[in-house]
Design a protein around this ligand. Sequence first.
Ligand code: AMP
Ligand code: GLY
Length: 428
Amino acid sequence: MKILVVGGGGREHALAWKLAQSKHCSKLYAAPGNPGIAQVGECVAIGAEDVGSLLAFARDKAIDLTVVGPEAPLVAGIVDRFQAAGLRIFGPSAEAAQVEGSKAWCKEVMTHSAVPTAEYRTFTSPNDALTYIKNHEEPLVVKASGLAAGKGVFVCRSQDEARQAVETIMRDKAFGAAGEKVVIEERLSGEEASILALVDASSIYTLESSQDHKPVFDGDKGPNTGGMGAYSPAPLVSEKIQNQVDREVLVPMVHGMKVSGAAYKGVLYAGIMVTPGGPKVLEFNARFGDPEAQPLLVRLKNDLVEVLEAVIDDRLDEVTLRWDPRPAVCVVMASGGYPGPYEKGKEITGLAEAEALDDVVVFHAGTRAEDGKVTTSGGRVLGVTALGEDISAARDRAYEAVQRIRFHRAHWRTDIGVKGIRRMDRQK
Ligand code: AMP
Ligand code: GLY
């Protein structure tokens, strides 16, 4: 079977790594891929958002299964276009991908479906938004409604910051058309978890839990990033919380989308805040998390092709997911300066030495192959992922691997997994 992975980041390397191990996979392509993916498949120079060229490529090569990593092509309708051409593809339709592509739409569906989430209002006029902020002294979060590559959310400490966020999104148009609508919502407090579920026409199958680390510095300090590391499972997600999320979030949301005429199919990612009043939704994503996919996929024992095909064919009820009981920890190595400006083109050394460690996989994100060397080409460069007997052991091994890798101004958080370890210690 010929498989195409769309995207070229750490999540896509994890997907490609896992798909290439399938007994059904005879050839794997990735567009655009990266040097890590090139170890398990062939990379083709087509951008992940160039849906027309992806379609032409898939037709030309008679691709049997396409797996989409990032949100932008999903929101742009890649699934609809491939299906119209008779090609098999894993992911939601453009209608359903609005759950990520329009925060305003997502909030409406959540409200109609009684899914617990922050109180909110939607604005299309900056003046109305500013008036609302003037009348609300409690902490607020201001979000561009559309896709903003994870940068359109401002968690504000003061009314002044909230006003500034509205100026940036609506008047300076920092995110273009994605900022024509803003969602202003109540700021929730608690600890976050990522709950991903496979969804087909009649079933929802929740994956093992995971936890991301969004801020760039240790102790959750500094600006938010795409994610500086993740681990799975997350002890925060007790059986009780998992059940609550299944019952109060996933079931009503999937039903609510269906009745809105936007039935969901694919992997649905719920970003959850576990508040004193129970789990509440921060956001939904229409895809695997990055970096959450890395620890999840190294733990998954099933043949991923069989799992994704079952979703496409509405046979998810026949699937039993099997997980490595050992936790996995993924530490992201980033370019110094990220998420602000950073330099590229720095040589990376020590990759083979890191991967020589048992139960370690180094997923590539922002890397490039140049003159026989691997160099940095993005903010998040690598996702160094390790399994261990417990979170502590997985974490030690991941950091041992990180220590073997070098590039100029490499930055990583040193506390990935610490929240989970502390919670386990408290429960002892
Ligand atoms: P989002 O892309 O909507 O998940 O927002 C990105 C990050 O902003 C989340 O992972 C949270 O850390 C934070 N965030 C978003 N909404 C809220 C909220 N209502 N209260 C507190 N933090 C939030
Ligand atoms: N790690 C957060 C995300 O994938 O959106």
